[in-house]
Ligand binder design. Structure first.
Ligand code: GDP
Length: 708
């Protein structure tokens, strides 16, 4: 079947926000207005269509991304009368649902990777909040053009000017209003469209009917002012527009065209206002999505690596190119099993096709393909370039895998995920649970690469690891609900690391030459500190074949194994460069195993001499509390070794930003609740590793000794 929607009318977008800003409600309204969602469901009633999993409904937050396809004709376009007219005017929007909680930023990053544009939702009372900032900078990293939606204009305390200012101060000076609220708080009744210069009201019960009116004389001055700000912002940034501006002949098309061009070039961020809950302003936001966010054709061609030559290559977003795609999400559907969400970058993915998974080297046959709508799954026979859908029932795919035409391989840059900062012992409650637990954890880990499973080789305990306490709690919750596995978990343990603080060299010898064939491995290693977060680097500086090339990988292997178990308290050693610079070999007795052991011995010895220290994970924390609790909360934070970076006002609340060691933060949510009569909130995310103070290091080392 030929494609029904041209690529330039396709939008792959994400909706991102700080928790509670209204992402779910806004998504739900979008689905309602695009005609796919038949019934408006409120979040607190648990009927929203993007929230799939039971505990998401209970907690009222969206944890996993799903991709949903919907269709939109701009409100200013002529109302279609026939099916043909509708199809020719319509845009296809794929909404990639990004998770809203900071503990899941890996999922946000993964979604940002595959979407072309984003809508950032703000709370009209709060303005820019901690996660808005985090996500904003992630979107910068992936060069995602975006538009903003200041939501909750109907709420008491809402203030669009404050919000706009906080966006301009904290995120981007390029933010510019496209719509203006008519009234605020309980008087919020509609918006002024600054492009078409008219008032827009949302009538009928769910605001589904859009009514345009002339600007009321009482509001004309304010509208003119903001229109002027908009036009000036465009003239400052675009020469062609500036010329038109001076010759005084600006048309609506010029505005639309220039705003689009500047938004796609990251020079402008259009801002809309509204209230999703009160069904106001969302349709114009949808217009903004199709008018100003990119189609796959507007972005640079995606770049990957040719696995055969290791050269960088690119693929055009074109159906006629050879097929390539990226898996960005694995989800388990109770009815059809594994769904592997896929973004097709080039060519066409057809059911029945054989494709290469370049990330694993396996070829596989793609059976069924589906496109997900708000409340149903549509089986399709193909997905075209630039499109998003899901492969049904293939169990071997993982997040981040590249699929492509076996004759024309490409691998897209792997998404890099952080290592866990927290581990927890997990034990099945019964023998039946034991049988199911391994498989269940494995499928959760396939979905989420920051969630890990590990066996402690000494104790035999099974450990799960992740990016924070809540992250692991949610996984344990899912084990019970979705997989029927009951488990007991231990206290969370911090994932400390070890590192070196100066250079040192050491020798490693593994020589056994009594009787029969002997063993001979002999190396000299030098270790040096690397910058924080750099991990591990191995340098082969052997000259003149004093150790033959074929033994070098064995030395590296021995080094790597030794790095996994540090010399102070058995934590992994990181941020270290290891240089192999000397050694010797024996014609007959040298072997891979002897060099591996020699490498391990030398590494351990060198690290011991390089003033090793322990590192601990430090979290970025933002606490929002009513002002009267400021003293108590900062006092408590100081006792947790927090470094307070700033304290400021946001509306009626106080915001505290600090860096604090993860080890001090277990159960903090409960403490904060009792310190603030339940009114404080906190969000936390991993920041970096820092040296652990000496006295605490000694305690950790001692407790490790006692464990044994
Ligand atoms: P999310 O966490 O960003 O997905 O936010 P939700 O959509 O779940 O909304 C959080 C809370 O804010 C819910 O109780 C919503 O009913 C409420 N809410 C969402 N949008 C609006 C709005 O426009 N006005 C008001 N007053 N409340 C809203």
């Amino acid at each position: 079947m030929p494609r029904l929607y041209p690529l330039e009318k396709t939008r792959n977008i994400g909706i991102i926000a700080h928790i509670d800003a209204g992402k779910t409600t806004t998504t739900e309204r979008i689905l309602y207005y695009t005609g796919i969602s038949y019934k408006i469901g409120e979040v607190h009633e648990g009927t929203t269509v993007t929230d799939w999993m039971p505990q998401e409904r209970e907690r009222g937050i969206t944890i996993t991304s799903a991709a949903i396809t919907c269709f939109w004709t701009p409100t200013y376009a002529k109302k279609p009368e026939t099916k043909e007219e509708r199809m020719s005017g319509e845009y296809k929007i794929n909404i990639i649902d990004t998770p809203g909680h900071v503990d899941f930023t890996a999922e946000v990053e993964r979604s940002l990777r595959v979407l072309d544009g984003a809508v950032v939702v703000f709370d009209g009372v709060q303005g820019v909040e901690a996660q808005s900032e985090t996500v904003w900078y992630q979107a910068d990293k992936y060069k995602v053009p975006r538009i903003c939606f200041i939501n909750k204009i109907d709420r008491m305390g809402a203030d669009f000017e404050f919000c706009l200012k906080s966006i301009k101060d904290r995120l981007t000076k390029d933010a510019v209003l496209i719509t203006l609220p008519i009234g605020q708080e309980e008087n919020f009744s509609g918006v002024i469209d600054l492009i078409f210069m008219r008032e827009v009201y949302f009538e009928k019960e769910k605001g589904e009917e859009v009514v345009f009116k002339e600007i009321d004389p009482s509001r004309k001055e304010e509208a003119d002012y903001w229109r002027h700000v908009l036009v000036e912002s465009l003239a400052e940034r675009d020469e062609e527009f500036m010329e038109k501006y001076f010759s005084g002949e600006i048309k609506t098309e010029d505005l639309l065209k220039t705003i689009r061009k500047l938004t796609l070039n990251y020079k402008l961020v259009p801002v809309y206002v509204g209230s999703s809950l009160k069904n106001k302003g969302v349709q114009l936001l949808l217009d903004g999505i199709v008018d100003f966010l990119p189609s796959p054709l507007d972005l640079p061609s995606p770049k990957g690596i040719d696995p055969l030559t290791n050269q960088e290559i690119e693929r055009k977003a074109d159906d006629n190119e050879s097929f390539s795609a990226l898996i960005f999400k694995i989800a388990i559907d109770p009815y059809v099993g594994t769904l592997s969400y896929v973004r097709v970058y080039s060519g066409i993915l057809q059911s029945g096709m054989t494709v290469l998974n370049t990330s694993t080297g396996e070829t596989l046959r793609v059976g069924r393909i589906a496109r997900m709508h708000a409340n149903h799954r549509e089986e399709v026979s193909e997905l075209f370039a630039g499109d998003i859908g899901a492969i049904v029932g293939v169990k071997t795919l993982k997040t981040g895998d590249t699929l492509c035409d076996p004759k024309n391989p490409i691998v897209y840059e792997k998404i890099e995920f952080a290592e866990p900062v927290i581990w927890m012992k997990i034990e099945p409650k019964t023998k039946i649970d034991q049988e199911k637990m391994g498989m269940a954890i494995k499928s959760l880990a396939d979905e989420d690469p920051t969630f890990r499973l590990m066996q402690n080789p000494e104790t035999g305990d099974t450990l799960i690891g992740g990016m924070g306490e809540l992250h692991l709690e949610i996984k344990v919750d899912r084990l019970k609900r979705e997989f029927n596995v009951e488990v007991n978990v231990g206290r969370p343990q911090v994932a400390y690391l070890e590192t070196v603080t100066k250079e040192a060299t050491a020798e490693g010898k593994y020589i056994r030459q009594s009787g029969g064939r002997g063993q001979y491995g002999h190396v000299w290693l030098k270790v040096e500190p690397l910058e924080r977060g750099q991990g591990f680097e191995f340098v082969n500086a052997i000259k003149g074949g004093i150790i033959p090339d074929n033994f070098i990988p064995s030395v590296e292997k021995g080094v790597k194994e030794a790095l996994d178990k540090g010399v102070m308290a058995g934590y992994p050693i990181r941020d270290i460069r290891v240089i192999l610079f000397n050694g010797s070999y024996h014609e007959v007795d040298s072997s891979d195993i002897a060099f591996k052991i020699a490498g391990s011995i030398a590494l351990q010895e060198a690290v011991k001499q390089a003033n090793p220290i322990l590192l601990e994970p430090i979290m970025k924390l933002e606490v929002v509390i009513p002002a009267e609790f400021l003293g108590d909360v900062t006092g408590d934070l100081s006792s947790r070794r927090a470094r307070i970076e700033e304290t400021f006002d946001r509306g009626m609340s106080k915001v505290i930003r600090c860096k604090v060691p993860l080890a001090e933060m277990f159960g903090y949510v409960t403490v904060l609740r009792s310190l603030t009569q339940g009114r404080g909130t906190a969000v936390m995310e991993f920041s970096h590793y820092d040296p652990l103070p000496i006295n605490l290091s000694q305690l950790i080392i001692q407790s490790k000794v006692n464990e044994k």
